[in-house]
Structure formats: structure tokens, C-alpha cells
Ligand binder design. Structure first.
Ligand code: AMP
Length: 486
């Protein structure tokens, strides 16, 4: 066990006895040495044993389970065109579409020199192309639980020959309410199988899931459970709630950040922040469950290409995102669920790179900060950040906002103070900026206008324009858990 989850090891990929076709694909990916989770997991998975892996995304865990799975399935690979020769033999379940897509891209790259087929299915997009691919036969299926069950129901997926099951980011699947779906899927699988469970955190619920469905698992832990990657520098900046947008702009500009994920606790908050950042000259776009899958993918692609500086995301939307060399993440809000902090900052400092996790902390978030420090078992470095935001709203004792000028004079740019309005307060002293009344529209510079509007929505649609004013101004409780979006 080691704290340095992403530090390359002295091991080599040659030592595992992987097939030359797999080694070739690894070399093409540019991997020279296995990461610690790979060094530990690959031999165990090759040996056929169940695994309980404590590893965050960013540690190289996908290759840690995919490479040995491909190796184990190779003797069964077939060049026949007959679908019957390509049954689903390995099933990889992930909580979100983005993670499913990423895992699928990795598996495809690692298996590209073999005749094993892989496919990915997730919700929010047309089922027909997925059904057609499944009918042709695939050995490795990557899926989100809801859509997989749809395919099972439509008889386009048969799980009767699955030999290896991976539950990736199992903690998040439970958080998102997928336990009943998981149980249904598990009941469809042969009892005789290998099961690999990966989770960034080990809650009692995860331990219960593992004790029910895993057999004598080998525990593999490359970072202490609930710990944060040691190559990530974590700084908490104390700022007034109304100064947070200015603080994000300042951090991006002062640090010259070209690519940063900014986390918000709510979809509306994410949309609003993206708009505000754009207004302040930062190329930004939001991804969250109210945007179509096509919009989310396009935003992500634009971000990966470096066309977007700030990707404003909710926890669910950003789960498992793999952005090579992401230098920093910013927590606009501290998460209500401390474990989300661990997941969020795992977006940076990946696979050995260093990164900065910058969090904005306002006095009303003391409890969240305390919960995070308790979870990661150490105090965080809290610094003050002075933001040059000249006019802002404050509440009087009754909660009604009032305007005041800051003590530094300066520019007169109006800030909304929307975050500061207490729940249920309808009173306002000046007209509300009408952008709060419109649904989010991605920046034309950031996201191609060609988003296919005819796709199924990513999640139950709740356009911002339909929200009552109080809700748009933060006047409803933000749920700790987000609706499953597949
Ligand atoms: P993961 O934790 O599986 O999401 O992987 C995080 C990132 O590390 C991905 O971009 C992988 O392509 C990359 N990666 C995985 N294994 C290695 C390796 N052995 N050497 C360098 N990069 C790797």
C-alpha cells in the first residue's frame, strides 16, 4: 500500500505475461511503466481472483482492469462474423455516460490489435445504433445500468455468458441510486464469474455490496481510502459568497489557467456561472444533466481541444472525466457530500502529473469544510482571497439584499448577488438580469451550433426559464444527491 497512487512504479508491462498484441497497444498509448494500481491489479485479475479496488479515477485503474480482462478473453477471441461467436463475456458498469464513453475508448484502444469486440451503451441517445452493434456481437460491453436493462428487456443484450463483471466507481453508482438496477443486473449474471469492484471511497454500503457479490476478494488499495492524491496541491480561498465569480476569474487569470473544471453544486448554479464567466471574458460552458448527451459530448470535446477555458460542471456530469494534464480544478461551491471533494480533485494531478485543487469557501460553508477535513483526515490550507468586485449585495438581518460599494472604490460593474438571496425571498430592489430567465445556451465560440436537438434529453428536462424566480435565485434547497442521468 502506498499513498502515492499515481507515481510510476519500477515494474514494467513486460513482466505480466500480456500478449504481444496488448503490449503493442500499450506502447502506442505511450505508457512505459505501470501505475501502482496496475502493478497490483493486473496479476490478481489475470489470476482470476475477485478484486475490491480502492482507487480513484486518475490512477490508471481502467487499464488496471481492462488489460488483464483482454488477456483473459483472448483465447476466446474469434474472427468469425457470426454474432453467436461474440457473446458478452465481460461487462463493465459505470455510473455515468461520460465515464462509460471514456472506459470504452480505452478498452477499444487496448484491444485494437485483437479480434475482441467492445461496445458501449448509455442513456440519453438513440437505442437503435446500440442495438444494431449489440446484435452483431461484442465480447466486452461497457454500460450504464439503466440503459443496459433497457437492452436486456429488448433482448438486444444477453448477459448469460458474462464471465467477468466490473463495477467501476461503485460508490457513485450507489450514490446515484442505482442499487436496485445493479441488483437486477447481478441476478442476470452467471454465479460463476469474476467480479472486480472499484470505488474511490469505502462506505459501509460499498462494503455490504462487496460482501454480497464478491467472493474472497483481494483488496487492492493504492491510496488510502478517502484520501486525496498527494500530487494535488489543495488550497482553500476564503471569499464572500457574492465574490465567488470574481474569484474564479481572478484565479484563472492570475494563474494563467487555460483549462480548468469549475464545480458547482447545482445545475442552475453551473449554468449561471458559465454565463457570468463568459460575460467576464472567460470562454466557458456548462455541462450538467439538463443538457443533451450531444451537447455534453461537444462541450467536453471542445474543452479537451483547448477551445474552452472553463468547463463548469456538476458532480454527476463531471464524474470520471479524463482530461489529460488538467492543471487545476476549482470548487466554486464546497460539495455537500464530502466524498465528492475527493472525486472532484481527482480530476487534476492524474497519472503522475501535478495539479492544483482550488476551493472557494464562504463563511456559510463551514460545515462542508469541516466534513471534508474530517474525511481526508487533515486540515486544509485556508487563505484569504481579495477580489476586486466593487458593488455587491449583502443581506440585512431580515435577509433582504441591499447594495453597497466596497471600500476600495473602483469599477462599477454590477454583480448579481444571486447566491446571497435567502430561500423564499421574493423581494428585490432592482430588476433581475434577464439572463436568469433564459435557459442556458452554450457559447457559440465554445460549442458548435450543430448540437442535435432531436436527441433524447440527458435527464428530465427542467429548463431554467420554467423555474420560478425564487428558484432561479437559489430559493430552493439543493439536493445532496443528483438524479441519475442515464
Ligand atoms: P484512469 O484512472 O484509468 O482514468 O486513467 C487516468 C489516465 O492515465 C488516462 O488518461 C490514462 O490514459 C492514463 N494512464 C493509464 N495508465 C497509464 C500508464 N501506465 N502510464 C501513463 N499514463 C497512463
Amino acid at each position: 500500500m502506498s499513498d502515492t497512487a499515481t507515481t510510476p512504479t519500477n515494474a514494467t508491462f513486460d513482466q505480466f505475461g500480456l500478449h504481444a498484441d496488448i503490449l503493442k497497444a500499450i506502447a502506442e498509448q505511450g505508457y512505459t511503466t505501470p501505475t501502482p494500481i496496475q502493478a497490483e491489479a493486473i496479476p490478481v485479475v489475470l489470476g482470476g481472483r475477485d478484486v475490491m479496488g480502492a482507487a480513484q479515477t486518475g490512477t490508471g485503474k481502467t487499464a488496471g482492469f481492462s488489460l488483464p480482462i483482454i488477456q483473459r478473453l483472448l483465447p476466446l477471441a474469434s474472427t468469425s462474423a457470426s454474432p453467436a461467436r461474440h457473446p458478452v463475456r465481460a461487462l463493465i458498469l459505470t455510473p455515468t455516460r461520460e465515464l462509460a464513453d471514456q472506459v470504452a475508448a480505452n478498452v477499444q484502444a487496448y484491444a485494437k490489435h485483437t479480434s475482441l469486440r467492445s461496445a458501449v451503451v448509455f442513456g440519453g441517445v438513440d437505442m437503435n445504433p446500440q442495438s444494431a452493434e449489440l446484435r452483431r456481437g461484442v465480447e466486452i460491453l461497457i454500460a450504464t445500468p439503466g440503459r443496459l436493462l433497457d437492452h436486456v428487456q429488448q433482448k438486444t443484450a444477453n448477459l448469460g455468458q458474462v464471465q467477468i463483471l466490473v463495477l467501476d466507481e461503485a460508490d457513485r453508482m450507489l450514490d446515484m441510486g442505482f442499487l436496485p438496477d445493479l441488483q437486477r443486473i447481478l441476478n442476470l449474471l452467471p454465479a460463476e464469474r469474476q467480479t472486480l469492484l472499484f470505488s474511490a471511497t469505502f462506505s459501509p454500503e460499498i462494503k455490504k455490496l462487496a460482501s454480497t457479490y464478491l467472493r474472497n476478494p483481494q483488496t487492492i488499495e493504492v491510496a488510502r481510502s478517502n484520501s486525496t492524491a498527494t500530487n494535488v496541491t489543495q488550497i482553500v480561498y476564503e471569499v464572500a459568497e457574492g465574490d465567488k465569480t470574481g474569484a474564479v476569474v481572478k484565479l484563472i487569470r492570475d494563474r494563467g489557467l487555460k483549462q480548468v473544471i469549475v464545480f458547482c453544486n447545482s445545475k442552475i448554479g453551473a449554468s449561471r456561472l458559465a454565463r457570468q464567466l463568459e460575460r467576464d471574458g472567460v470562454v466557458a460552458t456548462a455541462i450538467h444533466g439538463d443538457r443533451t448527451q450531444s451537447e455534453r459530448m461537444q462541450a467536453l470535446d471542445a474543452f479537451k481541444r483547448g477551445e474552452i477555458e472553463a468547463l463548469v460542471a456538476t458532480d454527476v456530469a463531471a464524474r470520471g472525466l479524463d482530461i489529460a494534464e488538467l492543471p487545476a480544478v476549482i470548487n466554486f461551491d464546497l460539495p455537500f457530500n464530502a466524498e465528492d471533494y475527493v472525486h472532484r480533485i481527482g480530476r487534476t494531478g492524474r497519472a503522475g502529473a501535478s495539479g492544483d485543487a482550488l476551493s472557494l469557501f464562504s463563511p456559510n460553508e463551514r460545515k462542508q469544510l469541516a466534513d471534508i477535513e474530517k474525511l481526508i483526515k487533515r486540515p486544509l490550507d485556508v487563505q484569504r482571497l481579495t477580489v476586486d468586485t466593487p458593488v455587491r449585495h449583502h443581506h440585512d438581518e431580515r435577509g433582504a439584499p441591499r447594495r453597497e460599494r466596497d471600500d476600495r472604490g473602483g469599477s462599477r460593474r454590477r454583480t448579481t448577488g444571486a447566491h446571497e438571496r435567502p430561500h423564499g425571498t421574493h423581494h428585490r430592489q432592482q430588476p433581475v438580469d434577464d439572463f436568469f430567465l433564459k435557459p442556458y445556451e452554450p457559447s457559440p465560440s465554445a460549442v458548435s451550433a450543430a448540437a442535435k436537438r432531436d436527441e433524447a434529453p440527458a435527464a428530465p428536462q427542467k429548463p431554467a426559464s420554467k423555474q420560478p424566480l425564487a428558484a432561479l435565485l437559489g430559493g430552493f434547497g439543493m439536493p445532496r444527491k443528483t438524479t441519475p442521468s442515464n
